[in-house]
Structures are given as C-alpha cells and as structure tokens.
Design a protein around this ligand. Structure first.
Ligand code: ZN
Length: 315
C-alpha cells in the first residue's frame, strides 16, 4: 500500500514534468473514484495550468492556479504516464497539453480524487496530523502526543491524526530501527525512547524515499518503475526469517486486522501492565496459532511415520 515514501516518489517524478502544462481533458471511467463526477471535475480543472506538485501525508496534490487536484492512492492506486495494456480502463485520466497523459489505475478501487478550491485546503486536511519532515513534528510534539495513550505503539503510528503518512510497512520498520516493541502501550515511552522513535521514523521514511518506495504488491512509479525498499526490509513481511541484527526469529502478530512484524529479541516487550491491551490479545492469538501449527505438524509427522511404517512392512 502506498505510504509517504511511495507518494513522494510519484510527486517528485510528476514535479519534473507537469508544472507549466495546461490540463485540457479529464475522463472518469469509474464514477466511484470521486464524489464529484466527470462534469464537475472537468469544470473545476480544464484549462488550468499546473503550478506545483505537493504532498500531504499520503495525499498527492496537483496544484493549479486556484484549484487543487488531490489524489489518494489508498491500497493499489497507480498514477502512470502510459496506458497499461491488458487491464481494465483507468478509473480516471487527465490529459495535459502538450501530449502528456496521466492514468489512474487501481485494482482494489479504494483510491479517490477530489477537486478542491485552494482556499479550502486547510479545511480538507483539518484532521490530518503533522508531516514527519515538517517543523511541527518535533520530539516534544511526539512526547505530548504519546502521553496517556493506551493504544499499542504500532496503532498509534498508523493513526493519521497523530502523524501523517506512516502506514504498515514503515511503522514496522521504524519500530524495529528504534528497538521498540509494537505492542507496547504508547503512553509508556520514556522521553529518550520518544526521541529515538522520532529519529527512526525520519530515517526509515527517508530510506524509503531514497529507494523510490517499496514495490511489495502493486506500487509502481509514473513510468511503471518499481521501488527497491522491499529489498532491504528488516522485519516487514519476514515472519519466520532470521533477524538481520541478532539472528533471532522475526514474528508476526495481527493487530487491528493488520500484520505486525517485529524481532522479540531486538524489540523486547516490557513487563507487566506496560503492554497494551490490544497487544496482549494479539500475542495470545499468535501463541494459540503457533500451538495449533505445532499440533498439526506433529499430527502430520505421526501420519507420515505410520505410512512409512506401513510401506516398510511390505516385502
Ligand atoms: Zn533481532
């Protein structure tokens, strides 16, 4: 799923060619891509010149004179320059003079676009937390935001009202880098740990940007090019594999319906009530699943022994 580094990758590429171009046609093939409809989007955007490409959290902003085209890629959205052969029609397409086209493909169809008056931007993003690389996201801000939170750290990081742009991959990777357990109660972090978490978030997001994002599922840049961050992941998607730092086994638990990956040795759990409630449940589920797998494996081994034994009896 595209997070801040993936959207930033798209933004940078588009920023190198869209500014100065005039939007001359908008096509909507899938009305669910926008609450506004084709006619309204056309009326808002046609004939306008691109001023800049910006990003807010996981939102991409194409800034025109007086109007913003805001795009959220959600799960599987891709903004590309060339039509993708063999797939269904793009949900949304924009043609810029001279001859540059942008197609919005989106298998799962959760992505959205909006045309918003520039003056209404603050209102549009009113519920969104600070930008990780912006001036508001200081250690003091993070410490205050964590204060009193009983949610697991991982859930805290995914909450876009606290911090914009972080999703599942970069939350897991940042927590590993900060050596903090994702199931820990957010409000229990010491000031020095909050500072470590902030640094780890910035380093992890920057590494994602430097690698043009992660292409784990469907994410590609505007030219159909894949990112490379998935090649250096420490924990995300590596359940059961050895930790790159300590050699221990990377674990995966379900937290709020999302896979959460961590190294129990590098990110030790604090004792007693410092573990978040949701975190305790997630661990219990994971332990039960492991016991089930072990029982099934034992049963399979018994059956295969009996079979082997059976064959052995034959002449
Ligand atoms: Zn480890």
């Amino acid at each position: 799923m595209p997070e801040l580094p993936e959207v930033e990758t798209v933004r940078r590429r588009l920023a190198s060619c869209l500014p100065g171009l005039v939007l001359d046609q908008v096509t909507v093939n899938d009305p669910s891509v926008s609450a506004q409809g084709e006619a309204e989007l056309r009326a808002a955007l046609r004939g306008r010149r691109v001023v800049a490409l910006r990003r807010r959290g996981k939102y991409l902003i194409v800034e025109f004179d007086g109007v913003l085209l805001i795009v959220h890629l959600r799960m599987t959205g891709r903004l590309v320059f060339a039509p993708e052969p063999g797939t269904r029609a793009p949900r949304f397409a924009a043609r810029f003079a001279p001859g540059t086209e942008l197609y919005f493909y989106d298998t799962r169809r959760f992505g959205r676009v909006w045309a918003v008056a520039a003056a209404a931007e603050d209102e549009f993003f009113v519920a969104l937390g600070p930008e990780p690389f912006g001036p508001r996201f200081t250690t003091t801000y993070l410490r205050d935001a964590l204060q009193g939170r009983s949610a697991p750290l991982k859930s805290f990081l995914l909450d876009q009202r606290r911090l914009a742009g972080v999703g599942n991959i970069y939350a897991d990777e940042a927590l590993f880098r900060a050596r903090l357990n994702p199931l820990r109660r957010a409000g229990t972090l010491a000031p020095v740990e909050a500072a470590r978490l902030r640094d780890a978030l910035l380093e992890t997001l920057q590494a994602g940007i430097d690698h043009n994002g992660s292409s784990i599922d469907t994410f590609v840049g505007p030219e159909g090019d894949r990112g490379a961050f998935q090649e250096i992941l420490n924990v995300y998607g590596r359940a059961g594999e050895p930790c790159r730092v300590c050699g221990g086994t990377v674990r995966r638990v379900e937290l709020g319906g999302r896979g959460t990956h961590f190294c129990p040795r590098c990110q030790p759990l604090p004792r007693g009530d410092r573990l978040a409630t949701g975190g305790r449940d997630a661990l219990a589920r994971e332990r039960a699943a492991r016991r089930r797998t072990a029982r099934q494996r034992a049963a399979r081994e018994r059956t295969s022994r009996e079979r082997t034994g059976g064959r052995g009896d034959k002449p």
